[in-house]
Design a protein around this ligand. Sequence first.
Ligand SMILES: Cc1ncc(COP(=O)(O)O)c(C=O)c1O
Length: 383
Amino acid sequence: MPHSRLRIAATPAAPKALPVAKPIRQLEPYKAVSSLEHIHQNPQVEPHKIDWNEATVPPSPRVIEAITAFLGNTHHLNWYPVLNSTNLIERLALFHGVPGDRLLITNGSDDALNTLCTTYLDGGDRVLVASPTYQHFLVFAQSRGAEIVHHYAPDPFATDVDGLVAALERTRPRIFYLVNPNNPTGTLYTPAQVARLLEASPETLVIVDEAYSEFAGVSAVGLLHEYSNLVVTRTFSKAYGMAGLRIGYALARPQVVADLRRVFNPKSVNVLAQVGAMAALDDQPWLHAYIAEVDAAKALMAEWFAARGIECRPTPANFIMVRFEQAPWVVKLLMEEGVYVRDRSHLPNLAGFVRYSVGTVDQMREVLARTGRVLDTLAAPVR
Ligand SMILES: Cc1ncc(COP(=O)(O)O)c(C=O)c1O
């Protein structure tokens, strides 16, 4: 390019920022803090990333084999994926024993939650949330201009069917969001209890988020044929160890799935996730072995904290909650030890609680050893 063309004209006045849509104006950016950057900056310390409830091990070897074999045909990357993931729908329909028109495959279950909010919420609609819970759902609902009504159980670690029924009858929300088992408290509602909630407000779309359901062995999927206002969301991110591939799904009655498809982009789920998810489903022994390992590690951790007189709340999911006098300090010092946990101590009713995701027994022994060092440091007299 001739030099003269590179001359820069007088700086124009900064353009006025384009105003964002009204509901977005009220939103604080979601404060997602990833530990990956810190992990990459400290390669000398073996990390234990137990802050986002991912699996702590890679997925079944069959997932890696299937993806590697799939990449043997290089065209598989320049073509768009199978539209609507019908290949995976076929497998999941068999797996859950439901017709395929009850399934929507999405980019992680977050995408299913977002699509539900886009499809069903208008500005000012009420959304009832069993809180404290998974925070990102609030962003999806608020970005549609919905009004969030939180229901806090008197004991955050106990179910509260009566309280929720009363809240449903009082608020008659457009959507009710229940994480089951809940993140981060682990409360678990049985299918019979979920049925009571579905009956309390039949006009309400009840989203049961089952991101951790494989660990708990409890699911509301069996209620789908009876309750037309139920949507269940599931994911391959947690028990299947595939968070990086971003794949999840929603189960609902056919009319709801058809409505979700009005906005859903049929080519948005990537090919490698489709192939990986099918292989993961085919390896149920791997899944059950990992769940058994997590159960053993949870028991070990509960015993370790109890022996030290520290309050520990195991959950039916792959995490536990531990209460520390100086939670933010524990979190900071653990990070220096290469252990990345999630501070939940600022959430309502959870003062002092820190969430540890649970992995294998060997990994958790090491996590406990490092936790012990941190507690010794905090207990040492200041000189
Ligand atoms: C309750 C709950 N729902 C959904 C998600 C998001 O999962 P996905 O990776 O499937 O989008 C998470 C992730 O932490 C979660 O805890």
